[in-house]
Design a protein around this ligand. Structure first.
Ligand code: UD1
Length: 368
């Protein structure tokens, strides 16, 4: 009997887990291949990792590399050396990496140096801002990957311009939206109160959501103070719920920044809790990448607290507005949203819940 080919999937940080969940599910349905899951351990807290595995029905990983926190070089180096050992042992037919975190680029590099083909899910996104660590990770990962799975048309254009061969570029849609569609169905079926955490229930009518974790926003005292003071203005109009990333919580404490009235600071939420919170929000203020896409799918207005986005389809077709350094505009934009003047937007092409199916079909065809 022919041996099953192994496909190794790598996930390491919170935004990776929703991108691999449906891929693993699809892979398990294919008799010719066997999935092996590797958790790099870049995110390790129960709130940043374990709860996502549970909410997304991701099975326990076969390997945990325990990379943990550290400088970029330290984190990348730990994944690089630990993942090389996994590749040598497992001898996969292909390694699948997702997104743009340090674990993505490290695993990609380790595999390629062993001549193992790499598939990059979410390839081609570009902010054109090389001061963002994620932009460097994206460019390096794409430049050596063999399968470039793209979520939006801009990604195809970027990769073509960078000289990638047409037969390596596959416009397949968005695996994060695959998970979102499954998650929404779970939320609809569940009795909200059975899993919504108690502090949320009082906001369930009218509120905005805030997420903030980018070093450029939270590691600089002046910038963080400016943002929180703007949130204080917004919170005078409507309560703002803020599930705080550990990095942001730490810097707020270090800089002794007071939480304004009606800004409700929570621990990081699980996947389903956060999805439910966003679905029912009047608007979301964020500096995240993925949330720009999730809000577009949910038709919830999104104000992005960054000066560039690698996801331009959310601006062109979705509900996203790039605030840039015009932070003072935000309270006015929120006022318009609350008056019902927000753009509804439309769901981009191929964000239909079938991206993981398309990807696994292509990989199985190539390797079985
Ligand atoms: C990483 C990604 C970023 C992604 C974000 C989502 C890179 C370069 N950055 O940034 O693209 O948007 O994840 O959250 O890969 N910490 C904990 N517990 C954890 C994880 C982190 O307390 O489980 C704290 C640590 O103090 C750590 C800090 O958060 O130093 C930052 O974590 P790190 O993984 O270095 O980067 P993120 O800011 O989370």
């Amino acid at each position: 009997m022919k041996r099953k080919q192994k496909i190794v999937f790598v996930a390491g940080a919170r935004p990776n887990f929703m991108k691999i969940a449906c891929l693993l599910k699809e892979c398990r349905c294919q008799p010719a291949v066997r999935p092996v899951l590797v958790h790099s351990g870049q995110h390790y807290d129960a709130a940043m990792s374990d709860r996502f595995f549970k909410d997304l029905d991701i099975p326990a990983p076969q390997y945990c590399l325990e990379a943990g926190s550290g400088s970029h070089a330290e984190q990348t180096a730990k994944v690089l050396t630990a993942f090389e050992r996994v590749c040598l042992k497992e001898k996969p037919a292909v390694v699948v990496v997702v997104g743009d975190v340090n674990s993505t680029v490290a695993a990609c590099l380790a595999a390629k140096k062993l001549n193992i083909p790499v598939a990059h899910v979410e390839a081609g996104l570009r902010s054109f801002d090389r001061t963002m660590p994620e932009e460097v990770n994206r460019i390096v990962t794409d430049s050596i990957s063999d399968f470039l799975f793209v979520t939006e048309a801009s990604g195809v254009d970027n990769l073509r311009r960078e000289g990638h061969a047409a037969d390596t570029i596959h416009f397949v849609g968005n695996t994060m939206i695959d998970s979102l569609i499954v998650g929404l169905e779970k939320i609809r079926e569940a009795d909200k109160s059975s899993w919504a955490s108690a502090p949320l229930t009082e906001f369930l009518k009218t509120y905005g959501v805030l997420t903030l974790h980018r070093p450029v926003n939270v590691d600089d005292k002046r910038q963080l103070k400016r943002l929180i003071s703007m949130i204080a203005d917004v919170a005078q109009q409507v309560p703002v719920v803020f599930p705080a990333h550990p990095r942001t919580r730490k810097t707020m404490e270090t800089f002794r920044i007071r939480i304004p009235a009606r800004m409700h600071c929570l621990e990081p939420l699980g996947y389903l809790e956060f999805l439910s919170l966003c679905r029912d929000a009047k608007f979301v203020l964020t500096d995240s990448g993925g949330i720009q896409e999730e809000t577009t799918f949910l038709h919830v207005p999104c104000l992005t607290l960054r000066s560039s986005t690698e996801r331009p389809v959310t601006l062109r077709e979705g509900t996203n507005i790039l605030v840039g350094d015009k932070i003072a505009r935000v309270p006015g934009l929120v006022r318009r949203i609350l008056r019902g003047q927000a753009r509804q937007g439309r769901v981009p092409a191929l964000w239909d819940g079938k991206a993981s199916k398309r990807i696994i079909r292509i990989l199985v065809r190539a390797f079985s």
